[in-house]
Each structure stands twice: as structure tokens, then as C-alpha cells.
Design a protein around this ligand. Structure first.
Ligand SMILES: Cc1cc2nc3c(=O)[nH]c(=O)nc-3n(C[C@H](O)[C@H](O)[C@H](O)COP(=O)(O)OP(=O)(O)OC[C@H]3O[C@@H](n4cnc5c(N)ncnc54)[C@H](O)[C@@H]3O)c2cc1C
Length: 643
């Protein structure tokens, strides 16, 4: 293992006020300094990313009167990965009167995250959740409604109430269209300057503060610098380090990784969410996995044959020879246990030889009962587009035969460390949405990512960023040497990639790295597997830098060059993920260390030694670990149980 690391000073979130938890966000908002309207016009903010987090932030900051520069690498802001979100968004509205409350959403989220998230942040998230629904409805987002016209909800994993608002299986798309039209309005009003097809490749820091970004125009190849008074990264998650994931193909780590290399700490990089309901891998050629929304577990029942090696068709397996294992093991939550639990349970039954479909890596998600109970039309109304997607991909009709599903990489709870104000360890660099680590602990509950991204963008950042801008004491000129150095670093990396002229594509390295990560740092990790990964990653990276083939040049559109840059960053990130996973010898949430399990095979936390956020600092001699101790005043840390 080549990577050595050291322990640094503890780190603390200094921004969350003390006092009763339900008053903390109000207190912070009241304490926050304000920028007067005339001064807002003089301040420029860069927002990188136009998904739900970045789109909502840029639109809101523009509306507030700041000058905003917005960047994304797609050809339109509304093509951000958020558009893929299917199932829904949580909010503690309690429209159903089924016992929900802000406190319950807070509690479920802290517990769902296996007690590895900050109480103050999560409580605020639950409070703000109710405003998000009002905001989206006011924008015209077509949430599903009941017959009487009231907003409908459904259930998601890890909750016993029905608090998930949805727009069929297209919730992300509809929410993004809402944020996008708010953004377009500001673009038309001249407060937001939009730069599509621009990829951020470096952060500019001057006088210790984030003051700009270096981007590459993906069409002309030109490297440009844009300066501002603060920078917001809303660049999404890094699940594609595993190559195969449910993320859009473009999702990557470059923006946050390069900010990390410039001083922003990276928190809990090993916390990866493996989603239980994805279409199983079907062959070596595949480059993408498809999610079947968790909402399907409202009505679908998960099962495998009781007998190992039973290869009869599902219709030929009688009821009493089926094992509805989630309902059996977790009677209280049944098919709606959280994702980490459902994923591991699927893996366990497949490891026992009871998996279904090619290779035995699959379990059934069966709608026969739901169709008998509700009728096909009702099921079609709720899930029609998902069923159609499934049939198009697999050629099987899920109305007639159960879906086959298997866990796949889906979301990354880790990300850049931020305080309660969503500010990273670099002053003036704010990080929102999936790109930060903030609210989900070691396991995110379904329908909570959209809630967090929009809470950050519409409600939290506009307040806390104002406080920074008002209190920063004036912004001087940006140091020209810093700009020159950042631009040179970008150009040097591009030139280096183009100069290798080897024999293997960046994609083929990415596939190999992803396989290695899945095998050694995936659903289950061990000391041995992680050490193997930490041996192999540097070798593979060296091979990449000596043998990658990037055709074409840097003077114009060159997607091979874009991909190679992203893969290069994935190598470095992968190493930190494995190191983080190696040092955390407990199991918690999505991080399952095989050595740390209880008698029932459930994740066994070690609160005495690991109740902290691991915030890693980039150091020339290797990473430095700073621990942020987690304290629980309102929720009692217990062994998580969904039985
Ligand atoms: C298939 C699928 C279904 C999901 N369903 C749900 C659901 O039902 N409910 C839920 O709560 N969550 C769901 N999630 C999770 C959720 O969709 C994401 O966590 C969330 O949308 C992330 O939003 P974001 O704004 O942080 O980032 P993204 O939407 O990923 O946006 C990232 C933005 O950053 C830009 N960007 C990135 N890097 C750069 C760079 N270097 N330079 C310039 N621009 C850059 C991109 O262009 C893009 O605009 C789902 C995820 C998947 C994969």
C-alpha cells in the first residue's frame, strides 16, 4: 500500500447556533448579516452546476439581485443529472395525518443515516422541507394529486409515514423544470449569465478566499478564467467512480476533487449508497445501470425461491416455496426497509445461491398482489413509465412476470466538508447538493436528495452566502499570479493527457477501476480487500498516465479528452475512498465492513471510536485526517433496527 496518512487537528462546525434545536435555523437567519440591495448588484457569485441544487441557487441569488455566473457542462442547464430522479421528494407536511412531523422526519433521517449526520443540519432540513413543496407548487410543478385535488404522497424506505411527494416516476424532471424556468427568468432579466458546455477544471484562490474558476469551453477548447466574490459548487455526486452506476454518464468528481486539492476538505468519501432496486447487469459491454425507483417497493413485494438453485420460472414457484425475505426478517418495515438494509439482504440471498436470472444476481420485485388488489389501471397510473422503461430494457413485461432487480451504485453521501452555512474549509467556497457531505450521514433515505438539494439552493445558501458576502470586509483585486498558476495547471494537465499517446482508451481504464472498486470497496469491504485496492489503484493509475490514448487535440470539441480528465481524477478519489473505508473499521449505513457485524449479520457500529465525520485534507505527504466529533442531544444513538 503506497498511501500513508496522518491525523491532524480535530475540526468543528462553528456556525450552528446553540440553544433549542427547533430555534437554531431562525437564530442563524437572524444573526446573519444582510447585504443591502444596492450592494448586491456589485457582488458576483459563480455557481457551478445547474441541477436541482445549483439551478435553484442561481435562480434565487439572481432574484435577490446578485450578479450570477452559472456553469454546466451540458448543452442546457436542464440536462443536469437531477432530471433522472424518479420517485419523489420528502417533506414533513403531514397531509395524510399519519403521525408525521418535523421532528419525525428529523429522527428518521438521523436514524436512517446510522447516526453519522449532524443533528442541527438535519433538523433544519426537515424544517425547510415544508417550504420546498410550497415553492414547487407555486412554480407549477405538477405533483400527483388525489381524486379530490389534494397533493398525493407515497411511502419510501426508512419511514412508516407517507411523506413522499411525487410526479409519477419523473419527480426530478418536473422539479428541475420548475427550477430551470426560474433560472431562465433570471437569465432573461440579466442577473444570471449562463455558460453551458463549460467544464470547471480549477478553482482560483486569492488571499486565501475562493475567487473564481478556470473552465474549458468544451466546444472551442478555449481555457477561460471567470472571477467572482464567492464560488458555489453544486456539481453533484461521484458514484461513477464505480463506472457502472445509476448516475448519468457525465457525473464526475472533477470540480470537487480539484477544489479538494486546493484545500477544501473531503468528508466521508467512503460512504456510498448502493440502491437495491436496479435492473441487474446483463453483460460486459454495459456502460450504465438503470434504476427502478424505490417507490416501487410501496406495492411490489421482494422475494426469491426458498430453495437454492431453483430455476423454475416465477409463475411455477408456488407461494409456500417463496421467501419474501424482507417481510420475514423485518416485519415492522417489510419491503420498505432503508436502502442499505435491502441491498445487503439481496446480496445475502444471492450469496446463498437463491438469486434469480442470469448469473443468479437478481431478486424478484413482484406486482401480482398489487395488481390483484388495485387493478392494473391503478398500478399503471402510479408506475406506468417505470414499467415501460423496464420492459424496453429487459424485454419482459412486469405486469405479467415479476421484475428482476439487483443492487447498484446510486448515490454518494460523502463530499466536500461544509459547515452549517454550507461553506467549505476554503473561505468563500460554498458547496451544495450531492457535492457536499452534509445531511445524510452514512446512508441517505430515499427521496431525501431532492429535498436536500432544493433546501440548500432555495433556502439555506441564499441566507448564509449573504452573511459571508456582507461580512467578508471587501474584496480586493484577485492576485494575477494565482490566476496564471491555476490556468497553467489546467493547461499542463490537458497537454499531459494529450501527450501520452498510448494504446488504451480512458474508458477502458475507467471500467477496470470501477470493477476494482465494486469488488474491493463495494457493498461489502474488508481490511484485505481494501488493502488490495490500495495496492492496485496506484499501479493502474501509473499505467493510465503512461498508456492512455486520447485522440484529437485540445483545440475544439474532444470528448475523449473530457473523459480522460475525469478518469484521472477518479483514480485519486478512489484511493481516498479506500483509505477512508480502511480506517473506519466499524460498519455503518452504506459502509459495511464484513469484520464488523452483529449476530444477525447487521451492520455493527462502533460509536466509541467512530462517531465522527472523517474530513480529509489533501497533503503533499499524503492525506491528513481531521475528525469532527458528532454529538447527539435530541436523538439517542441506538443500534438501528427495522424489525
Ligand atoms: C436514477 C436516479 C434516480 C433518483 N431518484 C431520486 C428521487 O426520486 N428522489 C431523490 O430525492 N433523489 C433521487 N436521486 C438522487 C438525486 O437525483 C441526486 O442526488 C440529485 O439530483 C443531485 O442534484 P445536484 O443538483 O446536487 O447535482 P446534479 O443534478 O448531478 O447536477 C450537477 C450539475 O453540475 C454540473 N457540473 C458537474 N461538474 C461540473 C464541472 N466540472 N464543470 C461544470 N459543471 C459541472 C453538471 O453540468 C450539472 O449541471 C436519484 C438519482 C438517480 C441516479
Amino acid at each position: 500500500m503506497s498511501l500513508s496518512w496522518t491525523i491532524g487537528e480535530p475540526i468543528k462546525d462553528e456556525k450552528a447556533p446553540s440553544g433549542p434545536i427547533e430555534e437554531r435555523w431562525d437564530t442563524r437567519r437572524f444573526q446573519a448579516k444582510l447585504v443591502n440591495p444596492a450592494n448586491k448588484r456589485k457582488l458576483t457569485v459563480i455557481v457551478v452546476g445547474t441541477g436541482l441544487a445549483g439551478g435553484s441557487a442561481a435562480a434565487t441569488l439572481g432574484e435577490l439581485g446578485y450578479k450570477v455566473k452559472s456553469f454546466c457542462y451540458q448543452d442546457s442547464p436542464r440536462r443536469a443529472h437531477s432530471i433522472a430522479a424518479q420517485g419523489g421528494i420528502n417533506a414533513a407536511k403531514n397531509y395524510r395525518g399519519d403521525g408525521d412531523s418535523i421532528h419525525r422526519l428529523f429522527y428518521d433521517t438521523v436514524k436512517g443515516g446510522d447516526f453519522r449526520a449532524r443533528e442541527s443540519n438535519v433538523y433544519r432540513l426537515a424544517q425547510v422541507s415544508v417550504n420546498i413543496i410550497d415553492q414547487a407548487v407555486a412554480q407549477g410543478v405538477p405533483f400527483a394529486r388525489e381524486y379530490g385535488g389534494l397533493l398525493d404522497t407515497r411511502s419510501f424506505g426508512g419511514a412508516q409515514v407517507s411523506r413522499t411527494f411525487y410526479a409519477r416516476g419523473q419527480t426530478g424532471q418536473q422539479l428541475l423544470l420548475g427550477a430551470y424556468q426560474a433560472l431562465e427568468r433570471q437569465i432573461a432579466a440579466g442577473t444570471v449569465e449562463m455558460h453551458t458546455r463549460h467544464e470547471m477544471l480549477e478553482l482560483v484562490i486569492s488571499d486565501g478566499r475562493a475567487r473564481g474558476v478556470v473552465v474549458r469551453d468544451l466546444v472551442t477548447g478555449e481555457v477561460e478564467t471567470h472571477l467572482a466574490d464567492a464560488v458555489v459548487l453544486a456539481t453533484g455526486g461521484y458514484g461513477n467512480v464505480f463506472f457502472l452506476s445509476t448516475n448519468a454518464k457525465g457525473c464526475n468528481t472533477t470540480a470537487i476533487w480539484r477544489a479538494h486539492q486546493r484545500g477544501a476538505m473531503f468528508a466521508n468519501p467512503c460512504y456510498t449508497q448502493i440502491h437495491p432496486t436496479c435492473i441487474p447487469v446483463s453483460g460486459e459491454y454495459q456502460s450504465k445501470l438503470t434504476l427502478m425507483s424505490e417507490s416501487l417497493r410501496n406495492d411490489g413485494r421482494v422475494w426469491v425461491p426458498q430453495r437454492t438453485g431453483d430455476d423454475r420460472t416465477p409463475a411455477d414457484i408456488p407461494e409456500d416455496e417463496r421467501d419474501y425475505y424482507l417481510e420475514r426478517i423485518y416485519p415492522a418495515f417489510g419491503n420498505l426497509v432503508p436502502r442499505d438494509i435491502a441491498s445487503r439482504a439481496a446480496k445475502n440471498v444471492c450469496d446463498e445461491g437463491r438469486g434469480v436470472g442470469p448469473g443468479g444476481l437478481g431478486v424478484y420485485l413482484d406486482f401480482a398482489d398489487a395488481i390483484a388488489r388495485l387493478g392494473r389501471e391503478a398500478v399503471e397510473k402510479k408506475y406506468g413509465n417505470l414499467f415501460e422503461m423496464y420492459e424496453r430494457i429487459t424485454g419482459e413485461n412486469p405486469y405479467e412476470t415479476p421484475m428482476r432487480i439487483y443492487p447498484a451504485v446510486h448515490y454518494t453521501m460523502g463530499g466536500l466538508w461544509v459547515d452549517y452555512d454550507l461553506q467549505s474549509t476554503i473561505p468563500g467556497l460554498f458547496v451544495i447538493g450531492e457535492a457536499n457531505f452534509s445531511d445524510h450521514g452514512a446512508n441517505r433515505l430515499g427521496a431525501s436528495a431532492l429535498m436536500q438539494g432544493l433546501a440548500d439552493g432555495y433556502f439555506v445558501l441564499p441566507t448564509t452566502l449573504g452573511d459571508y458576502l456582507a461580512g467578508a470586509g471587501g474584496f480586493g483585486e484577485v492576485d494575477a499570479t494565482e490566476v496564471a498558476q491555476a490556468e497553467a495547471a489546467v493547461q499542463e494537465k490537458i497537454d499531459r493527457l494529450l501527450a501520452v499517446n498510448g494504446t488504451r482508451t480512458a474508458d477502458s481504464y475507467h471500467r477496470e477501476l470501477g470493477r476494482l472498486m465494486w469488488d474491493y470497496c463495494g457493498m461489502e469491504r474488508t481490511d484485505e480487500s481494501l488493502r488490495k485496492a490500495l495496492e492496485r489503484i496506484p499501479e493502474l493509475r501509473e499505467e493510465f498516465w503512461n498508456n492512455v490514448k486520447v485522440p484529437g487535440d485540445g483545440e475544439g470539441l474532444n470528448q475523449a479528452l473530457e473523459r480522460a480528465g475525469r478518469v484521472a481524477d477518479f483514480f485519486d478519489l478512489a484511493e481516498l475512498m479506500c483509505l477512508d473505508a480502511l480506517h473506519r473499521t466499524e460498519s455503518c449505513g452504506g459502509h459495511f465492513r464484513a469484520e464488523s457485524q452483529d449476530a444477525d449479520g447487521e451492520a455493527l457500529r462502533d460509536d466509541e471510536h467512530f462517531a465522527y465525520v472523517a474530513a480529509w485534507e489533501w497533503g503533499p505527504e499524503g492525506p491528513i485526517l481531521h475528525k469532527e466529533q458528532l454529538e447527539y442531544e435530541y436523538v439517542k444513538m441506538t443500534q438501528r433496527s427495522y424489525k
